[in-house]
Ligand binder design. Structure first.
Ligand SMILES: [Zn+2]
Length: 253
């Protein structure tokens, strides 16, 4: 009988059944079984894994097991210092773009609010969601771990939080996005780019009160929605500032 010993670190334990968390796990394996298969059979999607050490050496997930190995599995986590180790992915995506599954519509709108290119479809099937992620090199955001276990997915991120604003905070922290936040550069409704709009060209489309109180306007180049710095604006700006400062402080510790 062939066995290996595994240990999962940090939040990867959230995917495991209670009795297997934060301890050595002994598993029986088939000769030649891949690491990816073994790890996902325990419930951990491969997209969540950044580094795997087998007997102290960094390997990729296609590694075949022979029995007797000791395996350490680490999460995709920016604050973990893995620079001396070989990472599973060649490069992080430089300018992160996202696609969310149908359950994360609010998160998609919040990401757009911070200026991140984020697609969201109400009625797209899992297969097309995966294809969009792969072909457009978009990070797939989901709470469906089976979706992240698909082999073709290279950049995915399991979202742990339930509440949309906390989901946003989680994604910004985990993917280290603070420096790339560009509030109000992207349309929350359709993901189009927002550009400055001349007041005299749009004033007929807005209530008189809005026109009297504001001089600066922006328009989505795609859906033509008009934006101005209304009462929501300062509240949103404060919340975003809090998010950015909170992340910086967390990073400084
Ligand atoms: Zn738009």
């Amino acid at each position: 009988m062939l066995t290996v010993t595994l240990r999962f670190y940090e939040e990867l334990n959230d995917f495991l059944p209670g009795p297997l968390r934060k301890r050595d796990i002994k598993r029986e394996i088939q000769s030649g079984e891949s690491l990816k298969h073994l790890i996902e059979a325990l419930g951990v999607p491969h997209t969540e894994v950044e580094v795997v050490l087998v007997n102290g050496i960094s390997v990729d997930l296609d590694q075949q097991l022979q029995g007797g190995e000791r395996i350490s599995v680490y999460p995709m986590f920016e604050s973990l210092d893995v620079t001396p180790l070989l990472r599973l992915r060649e490069q992080p995506l430089r300018t992160p773009k996202f696609v969310t599954d149908a359950h994360l519509g609010k998160l998609a709108r919040y990401l757009r609010l911070l200026g991140f290119d984020t697609l969201f479809f109400n009625d797209i099937g899992d297969q097309r969601l995966v294809e969009t992620s792969v072909s457009e090199r978009r990070i797939l955001l989901t709470r469906d771990r089976a979706l992240l276990m698909r082999r073709t997915i290279t950049h995915g991120c399991y979202v742990h939080a339930i509440e949309p604003w906390l989901q946003l905070t989680e994604v910004v922290a985990r993917l280290d996005l603070v420096d790339q936040v560009r509030p109000f550069s992207r349309c929350m409704v359709c993901n189009g780019a927002i550009v400055a709009a001349q007041k005299d060209l749009i004033e007929q489309q807005l209530p008189g009160q809005v026109i009297r109180q504001h001089d600066q306007f922006w328009r989505c180049q795609d859906c033509q929605k008009i934006y101005w710095q209304g009462s929501h604006y300062s509240k949103l700006l404060k919340t975003i500032a809090g998010l950015v400062v909170g992340n910086r402080q967390a990073g400084d510790v």
